[in-house]
Design a protein around this ligand. Structure first.
Ligand SMILES: [Zn+2]
Ligand SMILES: [Zn+2]
Length: 143
């Protein structure tokens, strides 16, 4: 099934599959830009978002997206301050610090575990019910 959409970056029509509504040509250009920005930050660790965005000709929005995707990292002395969304601790990339991330992951794991246990218990109950059913069925057949 084809899904023709307009690229949100260049406006061209393309066959959309998943993720951002961006055509392959633009995706490649963005990737090249990312490598350029990454190198720029390595070479100029003291640059702020505005300077990076001007020097590399990339929007601050795109830079922030890369930060949230944990693709761009900033050193301790960088003027770009990224803080944990949960506790406000200074972090180098992403949205959460390592500690909060671990807590979130643990909480998620617990929920998954609980759900799996509940499912397993239900399944066992069903199987037990089926067994007794087939047993009574056999009895019925015999008599
Ligand atoms: Zn495009
Ligand atoms: Zn935190």
């Amino acid at each position: 099934m084809s899904n023709i959409r307009n690229c949100t970056r260049c406006g061209k029509m393309f066959n959309y599959i998943a993720g951002d509504v961006i055509c392959d040509v633009c995706k490649k250009e963005i990737e090249e830009k990312f490598q350029e920005v990454k190198k720029y930050i390595q070479d100029n660790p003291g640059s702020g978002l505005k300077k990076i965005s001007e020097d590399c000709d990339v929007t601050a929005k795109q830079l922030k997206k890369w930060i949230l995707e944990e693709r761009l990292m900033f050193s301790e002395d960088s003027p770009i301050q990224i803080t944990c969304e949960n506790c406000g601790a200074r972090i180098v990339t992403g949205r959460l610090c390592a500690k909060c991330k671990a807590t979130v992951t643990n909480a998620l794991n617990d929920t998954v575990k609980q759900r799996q246990q509940a499912l397993a218990a239900e399944l066992a109950k069903k199987q037990a019910a089926q067994k007794s059913d087939s047993k009574s069925g056999m009895k019925f057949l015999k008599t």
